[in-house]
Design a protein around this ligand. Structure first.
Ligand code: ZN
Length: 299
C-alpha cells in the first residue's frame, strides 16, 4: 500500500537543513514539529547522525518549539540513536534569555518517536502488510524509547488488503487495546490507494475498497471507551475520495470533520449527531462481506 519507495530521492545534509529552514520560516507561532520522513529518522542511510544533530539543535534553540515528533522503524530505535537527541533537548541552553531561565525547565521541547506497528496481529502484519517485524520488536523499541525519556506514538493501519471491513475494524480496535500500554498516543491511519502498489492493482480490479469513514468512527468510538488514558487520533489522508476512506459522498465532509474534532477533543460525543442513509448499507457490508471473503460489495 505504500508508494514512497517510488518517490524518494537522495537528499544531502544541505537539502535537509534547507527544508527545515523553509518550514520554520512559515511556522506562525508555538508549534509541535513533526518530521515526516516517510521512513526512519534514525536510519543512517536516510539521515546522517550529523544532520540529525543539527536539526535537533536548531529546533531546541527555537523557542516556539514545544514538541518534536520523528518516525522510525523499530530496528533503528536504539539507545545509541535516541540518547543524543534527548541530550540536546535536555541541555540547559541559551533557549531563553536572562530572567526567563525559571521557565526553561517546563518549556523544553518534548520528544516523541512514532512507530508504524500497523497492527498488534503478527499474521496480519506479515501477510497483509509485509512489514518485516514482529509485535515483540515493536514492544522492545517502545521500551527503549521510554527508557531514554521519549514519548512513543503508534501508527495503526485500518484495513490493509485481504481483510473484510468487519475484520479490519475488529483488528484495529484490538490493536488499540494491545498497543496502548506501550505508548502515549495512537494514530489510526485508514488505508488509501497509492499508485504503483499491490493495493492499487487490487483496487483497479474491484478487489479492494478503502475503509468506510463509518468504520473509522466505529474504531475511534469503541476504542476510546476501552482505552481512556491514551490519546487516540486520526487524520485520514484523501478522506471522501474514491482512493481514500469514504462513505456515500453526501456525508463525507461532515464525518471527516467529526473525526478531526474527536482527534482534538478526545470526546466521542462529537459522533452523536452524525447520520446518513448510507450508514445502513455500511451495516449490511459488515454483516455480509465475510461471506464474499472480503471482496468489496459496494465501492
Ligand atoms: Zn452517507
Amino acid at each position: 500500500m505504500c508508494s514512497f519507495y517510488e518517490e524518494g530521492i537522495h537528499a544531502s545534509h544541505a537539502d535537509l537543513i534547507a527544508q527545515l529552514e523553509y518550514a520554520m520560516e512559515r511556522c506562525p507561532g508555538e508549534a509541535v514539529i513533526k518530521i515526516f520522513t516517510s521512513g526512519s529518522f534514525f536510519d543512517e542511510r536516510e539521515i546522517k547522525s550529523g544532520t540529525r544533530k543539527e536539526i535537533m539543535e536548531r529546533l531546541n534553540a527555537d523557542r516556539r518549539v514545544r514538541k518534536v515528533i520523528v518516525e522510525s522503524r523499530p530496528e533503528f530505535v536504539t539507545h545509541k540513536n535516541i540518547s543524543p537527541c534527548m541530550d540536546i533537548l535536555e541541555s540547559p541552553l541559551d533557549r531563553f534569555t536572562e530572567g526567563e531561565s525559571e521557565r526553561s525547565l517546563g518549556t523544553r521541547p518534548k520528544f516523541e518517536v512514532s512507530i508504524g506497528v500497523e497492527t498488534s496481529d503478527d499474521l496480519i502484519r506479515d501477510r497483509c502488510i509485509n512489514k518485516g517485524f514482529s509485535f515483540t520488536d515493536f514492544i522492545a523499541a517502545a521500551e527503549i524509547a521510554r527508557e531514554c525519556g521519549s514519548g512513543v506514538k503508534a501508527y495503526l493501519l485500518l484495513k490493509p488488503p485481504f481483510l473484510s471491513e468487519h475484520d479490519a475494524i475488529e483488528d484495529t480496535i484490538r490493536s488499540v487495546e494491545e498497543v496502548s500500554e506501550h505508548v502515549s498516543t495512537i494514530s489510526v491511519n485508514p488505508c488509501c490507494v497509492q499508485r504503483a502498489t499491490k493495493v492499487h492493482e487490487l483496487w483497479k480490479n474491484d478487489e479492494y475498497r478503502p475503509p468506510w469513514l463509518w468504520s473509522v468512527v466505529e474504531v475511534l468510538k469503541r476504542a476510546k471507551e476501552v482505552v481512556r488514558d491514551t490519546i487516540i487520533m486520526s487524520d485520514p489522508v484523501a478522506a471522501g475520495m474514491k482512493r481514500g476512506p469514504h462513505n456515500c459522498g453526501k456525508c463525507d465532509s461532515a464525518v471527516r470533520n467529526a473525526i478531526r474534532r474527536f482527534s482534538l477533543t478526545q470526546d466521542n460525543r462529537v459522533f452523536d449527531d452524525l447520520g446518513c442513509d448510507c450508514k445502513e448499507i455500511w451495516g449490511k457490508v459488515l454483516d455480509l462481506e465475510d461471506f464474499a471473503f472480503g471482496l468489496p460489495l459496494v465501492t
